[in-house]
Design a protein around this ligand. Structure first.
Ligand code: GLA
Length: 395
């Protein structure tokens, strides 16, 4: 299952722009982070899912050397040499994700040249739904299809993460890329970012997610994201010197060890570590809760997660706090900020038959507080895929 409309539109724009149909087309979804905030780069664990919105990437051959790339929403085309290490280009930032992926693929002998490309996405920008990871993954899948080369799915995720780290400048972990690649229809994925193992988790049939977006600016590259990552690494180094077992990352510290020793490390690093270590603990407990169908208790962890985001990691903001409280009042089972923070959206778990009513209520409550959020019902969806064009009809 993929967003057919966006694929049809992308193919149409590609055909009109270059006068020829694409020969390789791929689609990759965005994601919601359900639990395990800022744990991925600390070798922790998460629950997430791919969503029913994504990016489509199209490729056809051209006679000119290099890559021509069209952003389907802006109808702007640029050209570049995919062999160039063109990182952190401030002029055309939307192209950096694609340039990064193609550059790293070239480094793995998956070279692409003399091509025309188009991308188009249905994920709202800045909503915290990982539109950038979806673009990176869609690019990689399309390049593999076009070149006929192969690369393992985990390797694709790692390569896309390198593009985001070095070409877009956000030192993110692997959560977004893995969610986009390994998503499951009506399921969650439970990822372990130490072993890179991915476990599918079934969701009760009557559960859906709401994403409530208060529309505040969200750009992880300019946010304190990279600073927080440094603080987490500092906390791990300080604990390594303190505890009688090796600490490589925050994954190696139990909540008990943290509580007993938190006053002995730098106060700022301790606050950041508090959130991450409690998140890893919640995810671990969440595995058993979900396996035993204890959804209400699992959902409560989302409220708890938001609380340590607000007080300890300090990656929330007034608007997200208001939305979480509105969701609680409206009867959501759980709600929290999803993704990096400092903007983006709130994810809430609700019973499917209550979704519309709760959605409406949240919006009403938010309006009384001066916010104008939008809310969407999200269906957990399958991960990235190559699209065979005989299965689609172009308008
Ligand atoms: C962003 C990053 C992810 C992850 C989340 C926070 O989405 O891209 O790697 O760190 O923030 O959990």
């Amino acid at each position: 299952m993929y967003d057919e409309k966006i694929v049809e539109q992308a193919i149409k724009i590609h055909t009109e722009t270059y006068g020829t149909k694409p020969t390789a087309v791929a689609y990759a979804p965005g994601r919601i982070e359900v639990l395990g905030n800022h744990t991925d780069y600390n070798e922790g664990t998460t629950f997430s899912c791919a969503i029913n919105m994504g990016h489509c990437f199209c490729i056809s051959a051209s006679t000119e050397p290099g890559v021509r790339l069209t952003a389907g929403d802006l109808l702007k085309t640029i050209s570049f040499d995919p062999k160039n290490d063109d990182r952190l280009d401030k002029k055309v930032q939307w192209a950096n994700y694609v340039k990064g992926v193609m550059f790293y693929m070239h480094g793995q002998n998956i070279s692409i040249d003399s091509v025309d490309c188009t991308f188009l996405g249905s994920i709202p920008m800045g909503a915290g739904l990982s539109s950038s990871a979806a673009l990176e993954v869609a690019t990689a899948f399309a390049v593999l299809e076009y070149t006929g080369k192969e690369l393992g799915k985990k390797e694709i995720g790692i390569l896309a993460q390198a593009a985001e780290n070095n070409f877009a400048g956000c030192n993110c972990g692997l959560l977004d890329q893995f969610s986009s690649i390994f998503g499951l229809h009506h399921g969650l994925i439970h990822c372990d970012f130490r072993t890179l193992e991915i476990y599918p988790v079934k969701l009760p049939a009557d559960i859906v997610f709401l994403m409530i977006n208060p529309h505040i600016k969200h750009a992880l590259v300019d946010s304190p994201y990279n600073e927080r990552r440094i603080s987490c690494e500092k906390a791990a180094t300080e604990f390594d010197a303190l505890l009688d077992h090796p600490v490589k990352t925050l994954r190696d510290i139990s909540l008990k060890e943290f509580d007993e020793n938190r006053n002995q490390i730098t106060a700022e690093a301790a606050k950041r570590a508090e959130h991450v270590i409690s998140e890893i603990t919640r995810v671990e407990k969440g595995v058993t809760l979900l396996a035993n169908n204890k959804l209400n208790e699992f959902a409560q962890f989302l409220f708890d997660s938001h609380e340590t985001s607000r007080t300890a990691f300090e990656n929330s903001c007034v608007e997200l706090d208001l939305v979480v409280e509105a969701a609680r009042t409206a009867g959501a089972l759980g709600a929290r900020l999803s993704g990096g923070g400092w903007g983006g959206s709130v994810v809430a778990i609700v019973h499917a038959n209550e979704a519309d009513v709760i959605c409406k209520k949240i919006i009403e409550i938010c309006k009384t507080k001066g916010l104008e959020p939008t809310a969407e019902i999200i269906i957990p969806s399958d991960g990235a895929t190559v699209i065979k064009q005989n299965t689609i009809h172009v308008m």
